[in-house]
Design a protein around this ligand. Structure first.
Ligand SMILES: [Zn+2]
Length: 63
């Protein structure tokens, strides 16, 4: 898999800081992404993005 700009994508994990609307920031660790070696863009798989969204909603609701 390659980035739109031709860079090689490498699988890695990142810490993802999200905000849901005006809610609290939620930090999710160990999020699997593919990062472009050339431009640094990070690509989230659809299912990962969905899970992140659920986590952020849950984290926001509990505070
Ligand atoms: Zn790129």
């Amino acid at each position: 898999m390659r980035c739109n700009y031709g860079g090689e994508l490498r699988a890695t994990t990142v810490e993802h800081l999200s905000r849901w609307g005006d809610g609290p920031r939620v930090l999710v660790k160990g999020v699997p992404v593919k990062r472009c070696e050339r431009c640094g863009l990070e690509y989230l798989a659809d299912d990962v993005a969905r899970r992140l969204e659920e986590l952020v909603r849950a984290g926001g609701a509990s505070r």
